[in-house]
Design a protein around this ligand. Structure first.
Ligand SMILES: NC(=[NH2+])NCCC[C@H](N)C(=O)O
Ligand SMILES: [Mn+2]
Ligand SMILES: [Mn+2]
Length: 326
């Protein structure tokens, strides 16, 4: 049954561009590159086609981007695998842009969260072009803020830095190291909203405070409930702004999503995660969604964990794309 809410900013909202990114270079644990295949094998795309009635574009093949990963990629400004992540995200930006400029909804299956440098760069540019220069908003659902600069990062893992590059807080002129990001690829810190935070580095807290970035931590969700938090989050963005939803599966409690590289206890229930996605769908403003950091090879104790995490990821995506309960 077609239960989708009419879309405000897409010219062909029933068309879904799918980008499957088998890339793990933004962090050090292998396996997160296998997530797109695991999600697809569990039937995600079939469900989107047959149950939610989307026309899928792009392909079922998972991009490995091996042609873009150099043999030798020494750190730069303390970033690990900087050339690989820069060139892969640059390619992703083109892929996402080409779907979004056609007025399609875009679904990107990661991969680690560094890939959001590409997805958001792609939609931000397409929305500006399609909507007369209008800025897009980003809802970043995550245990982490991923807003370290190369200098503030303790790990050097670029999956902890995408938001600093996307907001222009981290700057770099060299094309080899994200210098390809142009003003039209960036988003404003005023249009960024976090939900689910509970493991934020000291340097990141300073950045959030200094720029007055809207953030709803797990504490806020405990205090107000997820219903009120979503009202406040969407109220901050406003009804006339396209939304890119970037969902890190580690926002969910490890009880629901144990197979992920940097799990943090005290997270969202699966129902709260689904609710966030349903509310974003209901706005009619959603233009793109990323699901990242599912790592099927990290299954504590049994491989039931991997299966559960993949299932949770599929559920989040279906909710964001209009699956309704009744
Ligand atoms: N996308 C993620 N899971 N990010 C985790 C980031 C952890 C830590 N803040 C770092 O910068 O390394
Ligand atoms: Mn995270
Ligand atoms: Mn993240």
């Amino acid at each position: 049954m077609d239960t989708r809410v009419p879309s405000k900013f897409l010219s062909s909202p029933e068309d879904l561009g799918v980008v499957a990114v088998g890339f793990s270079g933004g962090q050090c644990k292998p396996g997160v590159d296998a997530a797109p295949s695991a999600l697809i094998e569990s039937g995600l795309l079939t469900q989107l086609r047959d149950e939610l009635l989307y026309k899928l574009h792009g392909d079922d093949t998972v991009h490995q981007y091996t042609d873009l990963v150099p043999h030798d990629d020494p750190p730069y400004r303390s970033m690990k695998n900087p050339r690989a992540v820069s060139s892969v995200t640059r390619r992703i930006a083109d892929q996402v842009y080409s779907h979004a400029k056609e007025g399609r909804m875009v679904l990107t299956l990661g991969g680690d969260h560094s890939i959001a440098i590409g997805t958001i760069a792609g939609t931000a540019k397409a929305m500006r072009e399609r909507l007369g220069g209008r800025e897009m908003a980003v809802i970043w659902v995550d245990a982490h803020a991923d807003i370290n600069t190369p200098e503030s990062s303790g790990s050097g893992n670029i999956h902890g830095m995408p938001v600093s590059f996307l907001t222009g807080l981290a700057k770099e002129d060299n094309e080899e190291f994200f210098g390809w990001l142009q003003p039209e690829n960036l988003i404003s810190v005023k249009k960024l909203v976090y939900i689910g935070l509970r493991d934020v580095d000291i340097g990141e807290k300073q950045i959030l405070r200094q720029h007055g970035i809207k953030a709803f931590s797990m504490h806020d969700i405990d205090r107000h409930g997820i219903g009120r938090v979503m009202e406040m989050a969407l109220g901050h963005i406003g009804a006339d702004t396209p939304i890119h939803l970037s969902f890190d599966v580690d926002a969910l409690d490890p009880m629901w999503a144990p197979s992920t590289g940097t799990p943090v206890r005290g997270g969202l229930t699966l129902r709260e995660g689904d609710y966030i996605c349903e509310c974003v769908h209901e706005t009619g403003s959603l233009v793109a969604i990323d699901l990242v950091e599912v790592n099927p090879s990290l299954a504590p104790a049994t491989d039931i964990g991997a299966h559960e995490t993949v299932r949770a990821g599929c559920s989040l995506i279906r909710c964001a794309l209009g699956e309704s309960l009744l």
